[in-house]
Design a protein around this ligand. Structure first.
Ligand code: FAD
Length: 458
């Protein structure tokens, strides 16, 4: 039998990898392929932080394959043209890849299938590789193509038996003489956030093991503690598929307990958003549930957007979160909720502006989770309470009670204690540690009144 090609996309791992497994079962040799496609950059998916993390993942994947007698083949160009050329070079009969759910991924898959079939080759697309369950596997009674609400989805999702995660293959034989470009290196990516995590399957598995052993039990009680930083930070590894989402859930269920179940519920949100995106690819740019917003624009709106992006709104918790994002390329979920609520509701600026800024920096940034979380917060998505507004001072008292998170990220306020650290505008000028910290861009009552008027709630 001829060799097979395994096309890696958002599934950069060797453990629990159904496409690689299927290829190894039928072909004596496989070509593990990654294509650096400029269309990904043009579509706006390639931000420096994600490119750097991707480089780590590819380097690690190559090392893992080499340890098993193989190696990674990297090509640059249009994915369809590159796969087709490689298939002809090695005379492969089959190509295996993971199903993707964005409009971009589905169009790529359609074009690839067409090209390969017209050459007499076969494309096998394996579902449920980047998510726990295939998007669209569970649908509501009554014929709708996706769940619009999380809780009933979670109930059904929880009842579906999981496949057992497969181990990594012991050996991978790659045909000799296949040309490859150099595996990308993080060192070649400019403008990367200083505190960006290290990517790759090995780093992801280490983090997963440590998380399950030491922290998951406390997740339910501590996941909102901003300074405690007590969430898993597995999102970038899941985003690039350096970890299998199915394996993560498997391990958490095996660990058991309230913390593990609360953690699995969060991982289910990821599947939930993928099944919405699969059914409604337009939500990447369009409102899932339009509220007929006439978002602010003009000079004042632009200045407010800039203040928010730079972490200079004058609201310490919002600013701390935005500065964490810039420094780490990652932000705590509670920070994301607050920063997004502040932009869309208190400042009444279009969620797409916020989503674009996040996608420019987030190492875990993806269309399904970023756009749909933004829409959830803006009230144009799947939230059943679309007009809730988070108050940054109340949120600070609850989730950063002694101000440690603000002190970590906003050095201008580092000498202040709670409660004044959360409301520095109440201090007399001589009581403020540093004169550099800005006054609030808008009063909370004014912001709230503007939002309620715009949504015609009064
Ligand atoms: P944990 O709390 O440890 O959760 C475990 C895993 O569950 C995460 O790694 C993630 O894969 C998943 N998860 C948790 N919460 C959510 C959620 N609300 N939606 C979807 N999946 C979730 N997550 C992304 O992966 N990519 C994004 O681009 C993204 N953008 C967001 C934008 C906004 C405005 C908001 C409010 C949230 C966004 N999230 C996004 C969801 C969430 O904030 C991150 O997944 C989480 O903070 C990652 O940290 P963690 O791995 O420590 O999460």
């Amino acid at each position: 039998m001829n060799p097979s090609v395994v096309l890696f996309t958002s599934d950069l791992r060797l453990h629990d990898h159904p496409p690689l497994r299927a290829a190894l079962e039928t072909a004596p040799e496989v070509v593990p392929l990654f294509v650096r496609d400029p269309a990904v950059d043009r579509a706006g998916f390639a931000a420096p932080n994600r490119l750097a993390f991707l480089a780590d993942c590819l380097t690690d994947l190559d090392a893992g394959l080499r340890a098993r007698g193989g190696r990674l083949v990297v090509r640059q160009g249009d994915t369809v043209a590159e796969v087709r050329a490689l298939v002809r070079e090695v005379d492969a009969d089959e190509v295996h890849m993971a199903a993707g759910y964005s409009a971009f991924a589905r169009e790529r898959e359609r074009r690839l299938r067409h090209a390969l079939e017209s050459d007499g080759r076969r494309l096998y697309v394996h579902d449920g590789v980047i998510t726990v369950l295939p998007a669209g596997e569970v649908t509501p009674a009554g014929g709708a193509d996706h769940y619009a609400l999380f809780t009933p989805y979670y109930r059904r999702w929880s009842g579906v038996p999981l496949r057992s995660p497969a181990p990594a293959p012991r050996t991978v034989r790659v045909p000799a003489g296949v040309r490859s470009e150099a595996v990308p290196s993080r060192a070649d990516v400019p403008s990367v956030s200083e505190g960006l995590a290290v990517g790759g399957e090995r780093a992801g598995r280490e983090r997963l093991t440590a998380w399950m052993a030491r922290q998951v039990d406390a997740y339910q009680d501590r996941h909102d503690d901003l300074a405690g930083d007590a969430t898993s930070r597995l999102s970038p590894y899941l985003h690039f598929g350096a970890l299998s989402a199915a394996e993560v859930v498997h391990k958490a269920r095996a660990a058991g307990g309230a913390g593990a179940e609360a953690f699995v519920r969060q991982v289910c949100w990821r599947d939930f958003h993928h099944q919405v995106l699969n059914a409604r690819p337009d939500i990447a740019t369009e409102d899932y549930r339009p509220r007929h917003d006439r978002w602010r624009h003009g000079k004042g709106a632009e200045a407010d957007l800039r203040a928010w992006q730079e972490g200079r709104t004058g609201y310490p918790l919002v600013d701390a979160a935005m500065r964490q994002l810039a420094y780490e390329g990652w932000m705590h979920n509670r920070g994301r909720l607050l920063a997004a609520s502040f932009l869309t509701k208190t400042l009444y600026l279009d969620w797409r502006l916020g989503a674009r800024h996040f996608l420019g920096l987030l190492v875990d940034g993806d269309v399904a989770n970023n756009q749909l979380n933004w829409q959830w917060v803006a009230g144009t998505g799947t939230d059943t309470r679309p007009n809730r507004v988070l108050n940054p001072v109340l949120q600070a008292r609850k989730y950063d009670p002694d101000g440690a998170y603000v002190r970590r990220w906003v050095p201008e306020l580092a000498d202040l204690e709670a409660p004044s650290i959360h409301e520095p505008w109440k201090l007399a000028p001589h009581e403020r540690a540093s004169g550099d910290y800005p006054e609030p861009v808008v009063g909370l009552a004014d912001g709230l009144a503007r939002f309620r008027r715009a949504r015609e709630l009064d």
